[in-house]
Design a protein around this ligand. Structure first.
Ligand SMILES: Nc1nc2c(c(=O)[nH]1)N[C@H]1C(S)=C(S)[C@@H](COP(=O)(O)O)O[C@H]1N2
Ligand SMILES: [Mo]
Length: 256
């Protein structure tokens, strides 16, 4: 197991952030959402452009009081080891089953790609890093929303630990079911974008993505991937092939 180190000169990291954020923020080419040239996707293009040009990049999603917390249904995959669930992955599902049986002691999050120090983190490693707790509204594309408290490590802290390279523009996520997805660097470095291991003051419940899920508070709920296993920083957009949102009729960018 490789542990993260804080030895990287801070300036290198800041430079990386500044150039990636600038790449996202400036120039028309960079505010085109990564793929689709077809007309049916024009709404997505407009939403992405409007958000990236008009909204301050790091405006915060609303945060609520603990008295606002509501019950949250577990949606989509609730156990990646369950072969009867729609997004069951024959390669990773059984691995998840074993990790779950060991209460995630041997679970590791690998972080690689355009980074200076590819690393893997245990849950204990992540819990030793800076933490953020936020009470936010989860909005599902199916039309329901719910409020919960999430605790985790800011994705920016993990990216700082591994050191993103100057050309990095996207962060890709892979789960123990068959999900693969990505966000741009602006959302990746957003202060409310966290890798959550806690929910409502407890360990993240299994059905909600244990041991670790993404929270991207500035986008619809389906961007908050559950059951994370791997993060890859990329220089170029990746539509994730047949399992990607675009290929399945959903927007890659689902800003709210
Ligand atoms: N790996 C994975 N992540 C996922 C899903 C899924 O099925 N698998 N469903 C998504 C959708 S559509 C929603 S609304 C939320 C649901 O999170 P919850 O089960 O904690 O309510 O997770 C998102 N992340
Ligand atoms: Mo959803």
């Amino acid at each position: 197991m490789e542990k993260w180190s804080s030895s990287m000169p801070r300036r290198t990291f800041i430079k990386g952030i500044a150039s990636s954020a600038a790449a996202v923020l400036t120039g028309c080419a960079d505010t085109d959402p990564p793929t689709y040239g077809n007309l049916l996707r024009m709404g997505d293009v407009l939403t992405y452009k409007a958000h990236r040009i008009l909204l301050p990049g790091h405006s915060l999603a609303r945060e609520y009081d603990s008295s606002d917390i509501s019950s949250v249904p577990a949606i989509g995959t609730t156990n990646p080891a369950d072969a009867s669930q729609a997004a069951f992955n024959p390669e990773h599902g059984p691995v998840y089953g074993r990790l779950l049986a060991e209460e995630f002691f041997n679970w590791r999050l690998t972080v690689e790609g355009s980074v200076m120090r590819p690393s893997s983190f245990s849950l204990a490693d992540l819990k030793r890093m800076p933490s953020r707790t936020q009470i936010t509204r989860h909005t599902c594309e199916e039309g329901w929303s719910a409020i919960a408290q999430w605790t985790g490590v800011p994705l920016s802290s993990v990216l700082e630990a591994v050191g993103i390279q100057p050309n990095a523009r996207f962060v890709q996520f892979y789960s123990y079911d068959s999900w693969a997805d990505g966000i741009d660097m602006l959302d990746a470095l957003h202060p409310q974008t966290i890798l959550a291991y806690g929910m409502n003051g407890r360990e993240l419940p299994n059905g909600h993505g244990a041991p670790l899920r993404l929270r991207v508070e500035k986008q619809l709920g389906y961007k908050s991937m559950k059951f994370l296993r791997r993060i890859v920083v990329t220089d170029n957009f990746d539509d994730n092939g047949s399992v990607g949102h675009i290929q399945n009729g959903w927007s890659w960018y689902a800003g709210i």
